[in-house]
Design a protein around this ligand. Structure first.
Ligand code: P1T
Length: 399
């Protein structure tokens, strides 16, 4: 392991003085004008799986692609810089990042306290994969930090939240929960997929680990599957890197390149996603066929003040309940022309879906109903198209 850690990333602190949009373009991709370097302004896609060495016992800078790859490293440095983290690790999917994190930190008998509204795949990972290895999870309404504290057991090692949650856009007070976990030496994990570091940086609010599905806003164009972990603690980074290499679910070079490319416009995209989402949320709120709209940017959202205090915007995802039955909701979805009926979120194009039959079908119906995922709940990932066109499409399908 000692040898592997020679390849630790450089501290990303030097670029932290720059504004977010500057780091999004340049961090991790400083142009190399030294003697013999190409001076290329775009990071190359390095495809070699292995690297030559001069000495048997000592590798040069690179060794083997699972351990390190220059394209992936550029991305890891950029991601760390954007999240104000010291270290970043890029994985082959969001689920791979989550799996690697759980394998690194937990063992049989350990307990997780998790938000009761989470991406269905994360709950499935806890309940149908890690439960088989003796890791237990319990779920609480983490909109109330006291309920998180009350759910802690002597065996609790980790608190896991999304904020805002998928799909109900509930928020957790990250500072308040971090105060609870720090007092007890527990790990606070925040899945920051919905807002991206442009709008929220959980490590600055006291979290220990940030998780991302890179597949969403970070990639931004619905053409990359990826995940990431961001941390400040050096010992934790070393353990995560050891597990990443030992288990092997690293982000491939081409996907690392696509993510580097996508990240350069993250600031612009998030601005437009947010503007469009707010306009659509306001439109839906007034529509007679819509019973409820969930979007933290609306004054009617019960945690609108908290949203403003811990994030600089509200993101591009919203959800709403249509009046009527599941069949009415399906009917509406199938009549849309501009919105694409599909899972996932965070791309430039608008996507729409029915969580109870799609992204959250793996969550038991009783449990879905307990948290508020009704059969008529619709989730929208608002893209960056012209918002009048999007509203016109909703209008014709709701009519
Ligand atoms: O799909 P993958 O890159 O493995 O990421 C999993 C994941 C993790 N965390 C959150 C908050 C997510 O939303 C996801 C993936 N979500 C979807 C595919 C979806 O449509 O909600």
């Amino acid at each position: 392991m000692a040898q592997e850690l020679q390849h630790r990333q450089p501290d990303s602190a030097p670029s932290s003085a720059f504004e977010f949009a500057t780091k999004a373009v340049h961090a991790g991709e400083e142009v190399d004008l030294r003697e013999g370097a190409t001076g290329e302004v775009v990071t190359a896609i390095h495809l070699a799986t292995t690297y030559a060495r001069k000495k048997v016992a000592k590798p040069e800078r690179y060794e083997y692609v699972r351990l390190q790859n220059p394209t992936r490293e550029a991305l890891e440095v950029k991601l760390a810089s954007l999240e104000n983290a010291r270290y970043g690790l890029a994985f082959s999917s969001g689920m791979a990042a989550e799996t690697s994190l759980l394998l690194t930190l937990l063992k049989s008998g350990d307990h997780i306290v998790a938000f009761d509204d989470l991406y269905g795949g994360t709950k499935r990972l806890f309940e149908q994969v890690f439960a088989n290895f003796g890791v237990e999870a319990s779920y609480v309404d983490a909109t109330n930090a006291q309920l998180v504290e009350r759910a802690l057991k002597p065996s609790t090692k980790m608190v896991w939240i999304e904020s805002p949650t998928n799909p109900l856009l509930k928020l957790a007070d990250i500072r308040a929960i971090a105060a609870i976990t720090q007092k007890r030496g527990l790990i606070l994990v925040v899945d920051n997929t919905f807002l991206s570091p442009y709008l929220q940086r959980p490590l600055d609010l006291g979290a220990d680990v940030v998780v991302h599905s890179v597949t969403k806003y970070l990639g931004g164009h619905s053409d990359v599957l990826g995940g990431a972990l961001l941390v400040n603690s050096e010992p934790l980074y070393e353990r995560l890197q050891f597990h990443q290499n030992s288990t092997g679910a690293v982000l491939p070079p081409f996907d690392s390149y696509l993510t580097l490319r996508g990240l350069k416009t993250l600031a612009l995209r998030m601005e437009q996603h947010g503007k469009n989402a707010l306009a659509i949320a306001r439109y839906l709120e007034k529509h007679p066929k819509v019973s409820r709209v969930f979007y933290p940017g609306l004054e009617s959202h019960p945690q609108h003040a908290l949203a403003k205090s811990q994030a600089s915007g509200f993101g591009g995802v919203l959800s709403f309940d249509v009046k009527g039955t599941m069949a009415d909701a399906e009917n509406f979805l199938e009549r849309l022309k501009l919105f694409t009926l599909a899972e996932s979120l965070g791309g430039v194009e608008s996507l729409i879906e029915l969580p109870s039959l799609m992204t959250h079908a793996s969550v038991e119906k009783a449990e879905r109903e307990k948290v508020g995922i009704t059969d008529t709940l619709i989730r929208v990932s608002v893209g960056i198209e012209g918002v009048a066109d999007l509203i016109a499409d909703l209008e014709q399908a709701l009519a």
